[in-house]
Design a protein around this ligand. Structure first.
Ligand code: UDP
Ligand code: MG
Length: 329
């Protein structure tokens, strides 16, 4: 019999008791269209306050290809994804949301781009984003910052619906630090990425996004500091610029004073000294911050995720999956 290619779907679940079953059914029906593919679905309950865990348990009891990882607290979407990625067994990995917004019906276009056209990763590129104005604004600031921080290949923007080869997953899970950012980790592993335009759907329920303003903000700050020391470098550069301006200003005042002894000194000289001193302080803070940041990043051993319970999950070698994932040296 033909060896089937296993596709692992990884779904972080949070407040989706009303939609996750629909997503599951759609995946099963799409996969049944092509006999050469098989599926497993790794659902990760990110300590959701609703009853999604019960729904997941029910699905897992009915279908052993549904696996459940239940996290011990709300670690956030990217940590939940990472917990799932640590346990995938398929040759292809699909990341998608639990709220029916990702157009699963576009799956074969994405898979074909990998299997037939030789891409290593395919991401959705949404034509219309179904989200509020402030969220769109936040997302665009985020994209621009990411561009600045990690220099993605031309215009590539990793969305919430992505398919990639297994080796990228193996690369992503090596990331040891507490604040993972999956899009960044994908782009760190490969630049052989294709974007396929499609429309994002409405949420399958009429609930609001699970991302509160504070969650989005903290994700943004994490992305900013976990991936790069560029922000600290910016502080150093700013400090340096201020210091130079202060210095030049000071020299100008001295020259003016020498040329015209009547020029009053008070205000100007205070400003010059102030600019210079503030500049130097910022410069030094930036340098100290840079060292501190590096020490913090390498010493902080807070777990990326903690799994309290699993259903239908064991590793390929039959052992239990890692229950926690601590930063390693
Ligand atoms: N999510 C999560 N933990 C959270 C918040 C969200 O795992 O604390 C997951 C959620 O289950 C979903 C994805 O992140 O799969 C996107 O969430 P949502 O649809 O609420 O956000 P949006 O579509 O507005 O980006
Ligand atoms: Mg959503």
């Amino acid at each position: 019999m033909l060896e089937k290619t296993l596709i692992s779907f990884v779904i972080p679940c949070y407040r989706s008791e009303l939609t996750i079953e629909k997503v599951y059914e759609e995946i099963v029906s799409i996969i049944s269209e092509r006999a050469e593919f098989d599926y497993e679905i790794l659902t990760v309950n990110d300590y959701s306050p609703d009853n999604v865990l019960q729904v997941l348990r029910k699905l897992a009891a009915k279908d052993e290809k549904v696996r459940v990882l239940d996290l011990a607290k709300n670690f956030g979407k990217h940590c939940a994804l990472l917990a799932g990625l640590h346990n995938v067994r398929g040759e292809l990995v699909v990341i998608l949301d639990d709220d029916y917004q990702c157009p699963v019906n576009e799956l074969w276009r994405m898979v074909d781009a990998i299997v037939n056209d030789g891409y290593d990763c395919v991401t959705a590129q949404y034509r219309k984003k179904k989200e509020s104005a402030w969220k769109r604004f936040g997302a665009s600031v985020n994209t621009k910052t990411i561009k600045w921080l990690i220099d993605p290949p031309n215009g590539i923007d990793i969305e919430n619906y992505v398919v990639f080869r297994r080796y990228i997953c193996d690369e992503i899970v090596k990331y040891p630090n507490p604040y993972p950012y999956i899009g960044g980790l994908i782009m760190r592993s490969t630049h052989n990425i294709k974007m396929i335009p499609m429309d994002e759907r409405e949420r399958g329920d009429n609930r609001r996004t699970g991302f509160t303003f504070m969650k989005s903000l903290s994700l943004y700050v994490n992305g900013l500091t976990a991936f790069s020391v560029k922000p600290l470098r910016l502080a150093s550069i700013l400090g340096f610029v201020f210091a130079v301006i202060g210095l030049i200003y000071g020299i100008v005042i001295i020259i003016r004073r020498l040329l015209d002894p009547l020029v009053p000194l008070g205000y100007s000289s205070i400003m010059a000294v102030l600019l210079f001193a503030v500049g130097m302080i910022m410069l030094l803070l930036g340098v100290i911050g840079e060292y501190l940041g590096r020490i913090y990043i390498s010493l902080n051993r807070s777990p990326q995720f903690v799994i309290r319970e699993t259903v239908n999950v064991d590793k390929k070698d039959g052992s239990e999956p890692d229950k926690t994932n601590e930063a390693k040296d």
